[in-house]
Design a binder for this molecule. Structure first.
Ligand code: ADP
Length: 259
C-alpha cells in the first residue's frame, strides 16, 4: 500500500513508510457489541490470528496479530448497509487492520455544515430535511476527496445509479479500480430493535421504518450495479462486532489475493 499518499487535511497525517504495527491495547470500555478493541477480537473470532498469519499480503505482519498490517497494494472499498448495521464500527476495524482511511459522505457534510463553508451552507437544508444532497454538490465533493487517497473505505456514496456511474468514471480516470463493494446485511427487524435500544429522540419506530424504506429503495439498484461488475460481497452483520469484522477482513483479503 502506498501509505505516503495519505494526507487528508482534516485527518491526522499518516506516516510515509509502512507504519510500525499497532500493539493491541487493553481497552476497559471494550465490549463485544460496543466499540471495537482488536485485542479482544481473537477471543470472539479465534481465527483473527490465523488470518494475520495466513494472508500473503500480510507476511510482514505475521507475528503481530490482528492489530494493524502493512498492505502491499491499495485497498479500495465501498461500504453499504442500512442505518444501525455497524458501518462506522466496521470501517474502523478495516482502517485499524489495513490502515485505510474511512471516508463518510455524511460525516464530511456534517463537518462542512458545522464550519458553515459555502458547501456546508448549500447542503444544510437537504441534510436537515433528510433528503439527498443534489449531485451538483455531491459529485465534486467526492471527486476532490478521492483525489487525495490511493486506498479508501467509502461509506454513504454512491446512493443512486447516477452516482455509481459517476464514481465508476472518476475511479477509471484516476486509475483506481475498486477492490470490493461490501454490504452489511442485517434484517430490518434487528435494525429496528438496535436503533430503538440506542434510544435517540429521532429514533422512533415510525421514523426508523421510513429510513429503512429509503435505504432499500436507494441501495438495491446500487448493489445490482456492482453485482454486475462482480464486486459485491455480502457480509452477514447480525453477529457480534469482531465476528462481523473478521468476516469482512477475510473477504477483503481474499479479494486482495485474487488481484
Ligand atoms: P445515515 O443517517 O443514513 O447514515 P449519512 O450520515 O450517510 O446518513 O448521511 C447524512 C445525510 O447526508 C443524508 O441524509 C443526506 O442528506 C446527505 N448525504 C450523504 N451522502 C449522500 C449522497 N451520497 N448523496 C446525497 N446526499 C448524501
Amino acid at each position: 500500500m502506498i501509505v505516503s499518499s495519505f494526507a487528508p487535511p482534516s485527518a491526522p497525517a499518516r506516516s510515509s513508510a509502512p507504519r510500525p504495527l499497532a500493539q493491541p491495547q487493553a481497552n476497559p470500555a471494550c465490549g463485544p457489541n460496543d466499540e471495537i478493541c482488536l485485542s479482544c477480537a481473537p477471543s470472539a473470532a479465534p481465527n483473527w490470528k490465523q488470518l494475520a498469519v495466513s494472508t500473503s499480503a500480510q507476511a510482514a505482519a505475521a507475528s503481530a496479530g490482528p492489530a494493524g498490517v502493512a498492505l502491499e497494494q491499495p485497498l479500495r472499498m465501498l461500504l453499504i448497509g442500512p442505518p444501525g448495521s455497524g458501518k462506522g464500527t466496521q470501517a474502523k476495524i478495516v482502517d485499524r487492520f489495513f490502515d485505510v482511511p474511512h471516508i463518510s459522505t455524511g460525516q464530511i457534510l456534517r463537518q462542512e455544515i458545522q464550519q458553515q463553508t459555502e458547501l456546508g451552507k448549500a447542503a444544510e437544508p437537504y441534510v436537515k430535511a433528510g433528503q439527498l444532497v443534489p449531485d451538483s454538490i455531491m459529485l465534486p465533493m467526492v471527486d476532490n476527496r478521492l483525489e487525495k487517497e490511493d486506498s479508501f473505505i467509502l461509506d454513504g456514496f454512491p446512493r443512486s445509479i447516477a452516482q455509481a456511474q459517476h464514481l465508476d468514471q472518476t475511479l477509471s480516470r484516476q486509475n483506481k479500480p475498486l477492490t470490493c463493494v461490501a454490504t452489511l446485511d442485517v434484517n430490518d427487524e434487528i435494525v429496528v430493535k438496535r436503533l430503538l435500544e440506542r434510544g435517540r429522540e429521532d429514533d422512533t419506530e415510525e421514523i426508523i421504518r421510513a429510513r429503512l424504506k429509503v435505504y432499500h429503495d436507494q441501495a438495491e439498484p446500487v448493489m445490482a450495479h456492482y453485482q454486475q461488475q462482480q464486486l459485491l460481497e455480502h457480509i452477514p452483520a447480525e453477529g457480534k462486532v469482531p465476528e462481523v469484522g473478521f468476516n469482512l477482513v477475510t473477504r477483503l483479503n481474499q479479494r486482495l489475493d485474487e488481484n
